[in-house]
Design a binder for this molecule. Structure first.
Ligand code: 8YV
Length: 335
């Protein structure tokens, strides 16, 4: 095959674009404006390779516009819930992602929220900036001790396990719910207790960390009824995908004091933030920065290029994403 045309939907790190440019015929998105559905359709109709990100909805209608020259949709990111992988598969188009390289950074952000929520760190910063610090006080800005808390991880894939390692080092006991139990040797190493019953685990833990992918089965997995199981002293952290939580139910639970706080990096209708969240003092809101380190983004770019090269050399790419089979996963992260 001659040098393939690779179309990027978003601006990628400079070093990644330089290397891509050396390897392929590239069309970059220099001003980084997200593409409309029409622009995505136009791009996919001309490309040999499309490199989308989480902000692009590559649904069946877009994939239908792909010409026979499109070989691979090489996603820049681990989660692929924004791509209709089955529609691509049925058209003979490969889909790849970038797992592994963003695991530790996403787990760090998750752990930062697990620490910051009970210690009210973001709220304290805000209060000080608002002129509310009149000097030390024995009773002001007290939070809760993290050591000894029970952490319930939903989705024990790579990121879930990386969160477990950190939490264990901070003295939390680790509990997890997953589609299947992780191998005993891994669970023992993490000192992690398996709960087949998510509801039972939610009733037993102090902090919940969502580390599962978005699938039809995990959409609104955390609903009003399950938030209610958590209890007024508990916290929830979501660095996976926004639609795993029913955000309206979360706002209602926070307002009613049914849970103590939430740390969110992802949103149901990203970048829109559900009404009410911004006003709540006990909520930490991050703008989808789980993988936002220079290192992760470079390595994600590397993976994109390796996957494209493998396909162009007629090899199976290392990070091929297969379409879901009949049953969707309950909770296993794609990281
Ligand atoms: C990525 C993510 O930065 O990889 C993922 O699934 O959620 C993010 O951390 C994003 O997906 C880039 O496409």
């Amino acid at each position: 095959m001659s040098i393939p045309l690779v179309i990027m939907t978003r601006k990628l790190p400079a070093e990644v674009e330089t290397r891509l440019d050396a390897l392929f015929t590239c069309e970059f998105n220099r001003d980084d404006t997200p593409m409309s559905a029409q622009q995505l359709g136009e791009a996919i109709s001309r490309a040999d390779v499309l490199v989308p990100t989480v902000t692009d909805k590559i649904d069946a209608a877009i994939i239908a516009k792909a010409s026979s020259r499109l070989k691979v949709i090489a996603n820049f990111g681990a989660g692929t819930d924004h791509i209709d992988v089955l529609a691509a598969h049925q058209k003979g188009i490969l889909v790849t992602n970038t797992p592994g390289v963003l695991t530790e950074d996403t787990a760090d952000l998750t752990m930062a929220m697990i620490l910051a929520l009970p210690r009210r760190l973001v709220e304290a910063d805000r209060r000080l900036r608002d002129g509310g610090f009149a000097g030390w006080s024995p009773t002001w800005m007290t939070g809760r001790r993290v050591r000894g808390m029970k952490l319930g991880i939903v989705g024990m894939g790579r990121i879930g396990q990386a969160v477990a390692r950190r939490a264990s080092a901070f003295g939390l006991s680790v509990h997890y719910h997953n589609r299947t139990e992780v191998p005993r040797s891994i669970a023992q190493g993490l000192k992690a207790t398996y709960w087949n019953d998510l509801d039972a685990m939610l009733s037993a833990v102090d902090i919940v960390s969502l580390n599962c992918p978005s699938t039809p089965a995990t959409r609104h997995m955390i609903n009003a009824q399950r938030l209610n199981r958590l209890g007024p002293d508990s916290y929830i952290v979501n660095t996976s995908r926004g639609d795993v939580i029913d955000e309206a139910a979360l706002v209602a639970a926070l307002k009613a004091g049914e849970i103590a706080g939430a740390g969110l990096d992802v949103y149901e209708r990203e970048p829109e933030i559900t009404a009410g969240l911004l006003e709540l003092p006990n909520v930490i809101l991050a703008p989808h920065i789980g993988s936002a380190t220079e290192e992760s983004r470079q390595e994600m770019g590397e993976k994109v290029m390796i996957n494209i090269r493998a396909v162009m050399d007629a090899h199976m790419p290392p990070d091929r994403v297969l379409p879901p089979r009949t049953a969707h996963s309950r909770a296993t992260d794609p990281s």
